[in-house]
Each structure stands twice: as structure tokens, then as C-alpha cells.
Design a protein around this ligand. Sequence first.
Ligand SMILES: Cc1cc2nc3c(=O)[nH]c(=O)nc-3n(C[C@H](O)[C@H](O)[C@H](O)COP(=O)(O)OP(=O)(O)OC[C@H]3O[C@@H](n4cnc5c(N)ncnc54)[C@H](O)[C@@H]3O)c2cc1C
Length: 377
Amino acid sequence: MFSYWEQDSFVKYQHIIIGAGIVGLSVALELRQRFPKASILVLERGFMSTGASSRNAGFACMGSPTELLADLKTMSETEVTALFAARKKGLELLRTRLGDDRIGYAANGSYELIEECNLSALEQLEYLNTLLQPIVGQPAFALANDKIKTFGFSPNYTQALIENTCEGEIHTGKMLRALCDLALENKIEIKTGASVSHFEEKAQAVQVFVPDALRQEQWNLSAQQLYLCTNAFTPQLFPEEEVIPGRGQVLITKPIAHLPFKGIFHFDDGYYYFRAIDGRVLLGGGRNIDFETERTTELALNKQIQSKLDELLRDLILPNTPFEIEQRWSGIMAFGTTKMPIVKSFSSRIYGVFRMGGMGVALGSEAAKHLMSMLCL
Ligand SMILES: Cc1cc2nc3c(=O)[nH]c(=O)nc-3n(C[C@H](O)[C@H](O)[C@H](O)COP(=O)(O)OP(=O)(O)OC[C@H]3O[C@@H](n4cnc5c(N)ncnc54)[C@H](O)[C@@H]3O)c2cc1C
């Protein structure tokens, strides 16, 4: 039973977006730019964004050498370079839209640690630099072996260090808060605790259903256009979409006195990553040692992977420095058989931008912008 007032003022919208992560909020902001007077509503099932956008590592990254070389085994050169360019453009857009201060952007260096079994990647650096030259405008990668000792990494693992000249880092919390604040400043309505159960496309509008436990009934909202920005959770609304969830495990230490490095670091084809943040070390990854268990949308810790992260922190990253772990968490990413994101129109009223993989921080804004060119409005 809804009141006349509720029915009159809170039910009909021109644009409804499902999902308040980086992508959903970026789509909302793109729509506002294009339709200054339209009513825009973002629906988020959680207390706040509850997927990947508030739980990632904050790497403003485009791809490390071993990861790009691994991608080139399953994707064409054209696809790999297009994706690299989209990440680069997306990062530029995010920085311009929100400003470096607001997102804590810094370029403190980005590196890949090369272990013995990956040494052959060094022979391919020139090839990668040539491939990426039109996008980066300078060599993307350079050897930085002199820094291995300065950074204090175990030489048993780290046989070489490659510096990436075009990546940076952000503060994930600040970035998501800035996106939410900008959306509110732009008169975009955000409703949290609003889990869309299903939707139905009609001739005049799309009906979007949101159960309301307190009222013991469901809201039947109406949108001229609906946008699914639900990343790993998309199959719950669109089961036929090829989206495979991938959980990511993370830990962070307490502050460490005289931490010998700053910047962001990748290793093992991008499966592990760590960074310095606020005098601490944040380390994540390890999905590749238990793919099956991590193919889930459940936010939980994986003991096997977390203890692998402990081991890497102790033996590889901080072999000579005592540390204590302060916090552990996980987040949910979305993958497919290719790393290309899905940006598509399902009809003239329903659109989707999802499957951002492990680099949605950089890619998210560009994917949202790309969708605008597909709108039938
Ligand atoms: C541990 C980890 C580390 C990562 N590190 C990095 C990194 O360093 N750099 C990088 O670029 N990327 C990183 N990523 C990936 C990046 O965070 C994601 O690609 C990006 O956040 C995806 O944004 P999104 O908006 O598409 O998805 P999400 O942030 O998952 O947003 C989707 C939203 O939809 C909501 N939703 C779903 N279903 C419904 C429904 N039915 N009704 C209402 N709301 C719904 C969810 O609650 C969620 O908030 C990492 C991810 C993880 C998990």
C-alpha cells in the first residue's frame, strides 16, 4: 500500500541504473552530462556499493608485461591494445572528472617483479614497447633492476624488476566517496538497500521491482531507460550473460616504520599485487591457487590463499622487516572467456556495462562513456 505522494514523486524516472559501483555512478554522471534535466536514480542493494569498487587495491593500472603477454595468448594484438588504450583513457577521465586530490591519485612508480620462470618476458619488452608506443607515446616498460636491493625484496624470488612508466595509484575509499558526492551534487538520486529482484520491459517503459521488507510489499518503479551496472552479479538478473565471478583476497599490515619502498607492484602474470599505502603494505591476489573456490559471489576469506599471502609478505616482500597484519577482506570481480568488458544495448530501453575484470578502476569511466554512443535516444 503506497501513499498518493510516494506514488506521485518516487516511482517514475527517466533513467534507472542498477549498481552503485564505479561503473554505475560513472554511467549516471555521463547521463547527467547528456541530459541535464532528466530524473536519474541509482539503485544499490547494499548499505553502500557491495562488490568490487570499495574493496579493490586502488591500482590505476593498465597491465603488467607478463599479464599482457599472457593476454596475447588468448586475445589478438588489436584487442589487447584496444583494452590497454581504454584503461588509459578511463584513468584520464576519472582523474579529470574527480581531480587527483579528491581520489588520492599519485604516481609513485609501478613495477613488476620477475621470477626465474618468467625471465623470458624480458626478451619481449621491446616488442611490447613497440606495440604500445602509439598509445603511451614513450616506452611503456624499462628495466629497473638497480631498485631490487633498495626496495628490500628477496633476491631469491626477484630476478628482475620492470618499471611501468604510465601507471599510478589511487585511494579507493576517497575515489568512491568522491564519485558518490559528485553524483549527489549533480542531482542524481542514490537509494541504498534497494535490491532489484527483476524487471519487465513494456511498450511505454521498463518496470523495475524492488522488494521492501519493512512494508512487506515491493516497489514497482518505472524507467524510460534501464542500465545494468551489476558486474559479477549480472547473471542474477540476466542468467544468459557470460559473467564468471572471481573473488579477490586482500590483507593490509599495520604501519611499518621505514618501509623501504613506495608505489605499486605486480607479479606472477598479475595474479599478485601489493602497494605501499599510509605506511602500510596492502597485498592481494592468489586466485590462481584455488580458482574453483574463488568462483563465487560470497564475500568471505579463503584460508589457503590468505596464508599464501602471509608467506609472500614474509619471504618475498618484507624478508628483513617485522610486520603485523591489521585487516583482511575480499571483494568480487567479474570475468569472462575474454578480458573485453561487456558494453551493450539489450533493447532501445535496456543497456548493460559489466564484466570489468581486475582493472575496472581505470576501465570503468571509459566503459560508461562508450555506452553513451550506443544510446537510442
Ligand atoms: C580484491 C580486488 C582487488 C582489485 N584491485 C583492483 C585494482 O587495483 N585496480 C583496478 O583497476 N581494479 C581492481 N579490481 C577490480 C575493480 O575493483 C572492478 O573492476 C570495479 O570495481 C568494477 O566496478 P563495477 O561498478 O562494475 O562493479 P561493482 O563495484 O561490483 O558494482 C556492482 C554493484 O551492483 C550492485 N548490485 C548487484 N546486483 C544488484 C541488484 N540486483 N540490485 C541492486 N544493486 C545490485 C552491487 O551491490 C555492487 O555494488 C579489484 C577487485 C577486487 C575484488
